[in-house]
Design a protein around this ligand. Structure first.
Ligand code: FE2
Ligand code: FE2
Length: 310
């Protein structure tokens, strides 16, 4: 993981083509940061495409320009000259850089505060663009990295919350809770997190501690009970055989029930080294036929609306 303190990694797809970019962009090649784009210059669509496939992980800005970058993204999301599809891409790609920081940064309090901005941007976008949720879902990565996974679970959870009638305020809490549901994985060894294959018994036992680890982290900060529940109760099952508390149906926090189903859905539709991803249709069928007893049945039905009727 590159963590040079002077530079902040961005996704090149979060840059809009053919418009002046108000900060310098660097590219990391052969151990060096090389000046790539000067403040005020713009990048062509063709060039963006080329880099997107060749070196999507290699673009950086100066850390001190992070504020400028956030404002730049915010202006694009508000602009009426940018299409909803482009906005969805910019929003998702810019958030990944921030989510990565949420999981890497030692300052969890700052990460919790920064995440509020990300979630608000998503909720505003969903409110302003009726097709926005479908665009966002269409961009789900299907690659498993904790960052992508957390962001995708958050996006699905916001969609599900919207379908079941959550207020904007509740959506903010749900969005944050789902973004941090796996925060406890910070304390699980990287060898287990990154293992390319099924876990053995001991590794699995360690992995299953992540809800407790997460709760212990969140307990150190001023965080609502609902956010803590998203983290601590997202592996509970309606039948009472989940973990860590073996809660039953109504004992599970409603927001944690949303995270439970969106978390499973994302796992089923994501490619890992040892399984092929399911299509959305197949994954929902699988949940309905094989896993239905684990979840709130109303939410299983609402997932259909999120994925196919929005
Ligand atoms: Fe989890
Ligand atoms: Fe998860």
């Amino acid at each position: 993981m590159y963590m040079n303190e002077d530079y902040f990694r961005i996704r090149i797809n979060s840059i809009h083509p053919a418009q002046p970019v108000p900060f310098d962009i660097y590219i990391y090649i052969n151990g060096k940061y090389i000046h790539y784009l000067r403040d005020g210059d713009s990048i062509t669509k063709e060039k963006l495409k080329k880099f997107e496939s060749k070196a999507p992980e290699s673009f950086f800005i100066l850390y001190e320009h992070k504020g400028k970058y956030k404002d730049y993204v915010h202006d694009l999301i508000e602009s009426d000259k940018v299409s909803p599809q482009e906005k969805a891409l910019i929003l998702r790609e810019s958030s990944i850089a921030l989510v990565e920081e949420l999981f890497e940064s030692p300052n969890v309090e700052k990460a919790l505060n920064d995440s509020k901005v990300i979630i608000s941007d998503f909720i505003n976008f969903m409110g302003e663009e009726p097709e926005g949720m479908a665009d966002l879902i269409g961009l789900s990565s299907h690659d498993f990295y904790t960052y992508n996974h957390s962001l995708d679970v958050s996006i699905y959870a916001l969609g599900l919350g919207q379908v079941v009638g959550y207020s904007k305020e509740d959506l903010k809490v749900l969005g944050e809770g789902s973004l941090f549901h796996d925060i406890g994985k910070r304390n699980v060894s990287a060898d287990i997190i990154c293992k390319a294959g099924p876990l053995d018994e001991n590794e699995w036992a360690e992995m299953q501690k992540h809800p407790e680890f997460g709760l212990a982290i969140l307990n150190q900060y001023d965080v609502s009970d609902a956010i803590k529940a998203c983290c601590f109760e997202h592996h509970e099952s309606f039948t009472g055989n989940g973990y860590p508390q073996k809660l039953h149906a109504d004992e599970i926090h409603p927001m944690a029930r949303i995270v439970a189903i969106t978390d499973t859905y994302d796992a089923l539709t994501t490619k890992r080294t040892y399984n092929q991803p399911m299509s959305p249709e197949k994954a929902l069928k699988f949940i309905k036929n094989k896993l239905i007893s684990r979840f709130d049945p109303d939410l299983v039905n609402a997932m259909y609306s999120v994925l196919f009727q929005l």
